[in-house]
Design a protein around this ligand. Sequence first.
Ligand code: BTN
Length: 252
Amino acid sequence: MLKIKRIGKKIFYFDSIDSTNEFVKSLVVGDEGEVDGAIVIANEQTKGKGRLKRRWLSGRGGIYISLVLRQRDVRNVSVLNVLSALPVAKSIKNLGLDCTIKWPNDFIIKGKKVGGILGELVSSGEKSYAIIGIGLNTNIDISRFPGEFRNSTTSIKKELGTDISNNKLIEDLLKEYESFFAEYEKGEYQELLKKYKELSVTLGKQVVVKCTDKTIEGLALDILTDGSLLVKAGAEEKKVLEGDVVECRALS
Ligand code: BTN
C-alpha cells in the first residue's frame, strides 16, 4: 500500500488521454484547487510528447505518468528535471535490470533507451508547478515500433523476457520518488547529484549534443548544480542546459 506524504494526494486515472502532461496544464489553469502532489496516470496516450518537441510513442502496455510539484523557486526546475531521473532509474534497477541514465533524463539498458522524462513548468497566477512526465516502455513489443526507433529502443518486457505488473512498478516508483523528494526539498542537491553521476553513462565520454540552435561536440566533464552538462569542446568549457546526446563514445 502506498504511503502518501507529498506525491499522490490526488490521483487522476485515464484509460486513454492525449497527453498526461497536457492534462496537468488544464488542471493548473482550471479551478481545480491545489494540485501540488497530484499524479496523472494513463494506459495509453494519443498525442504523447517527448523532449525537444518530439513525439512519444505511447501505446498500451507502457507507463505514462505525470507528477505535479509546486515550486517556490522556479530556478530549481532544471535541476529537478535532471535529478528526477534518479528515483525512476532506481525503480527499474529494483526489477533486477542494469539501468543507467543518459543526460539529462533518458533511461538506458544495454545502450538502448527504455524510457524518458519530459519536465515542464506551468504557472497560474502566482503559483508555479513542475510537471515531471515519465514514459516507460514496460510491456511493449519493440518489434512493432517504427523502424527509426527499433534499433535504439528497448522495453522492460524485452530485457526480462516477461511482462511485469505496471501497477507494482508505479507503486515502487512513487515510493522511490517520495524519499527522493524529501531529500530534494532539504536542498541536498550535492548528495543527489553524486548518486545521479554514479548512474550516468554520459560523463567521461566523448559526446555530440544536439541543441535547438547548435551542435556541441566534446568531452562530457560534469553535471552542474543547475542540472546542466559541462562539455569540454576544444579549449573551451561549454554549459549545455537543454539538448540531446546523440552520440556518446568512450575515449579511445
Ligand atoms: C523523452 O523524450 O525522452 C521524454 C518522454 C516523456 C514521455 C512522457 S509519457 C507521460 C508524459 N506525457 C507526455 O505527453 N509525455 C510525458
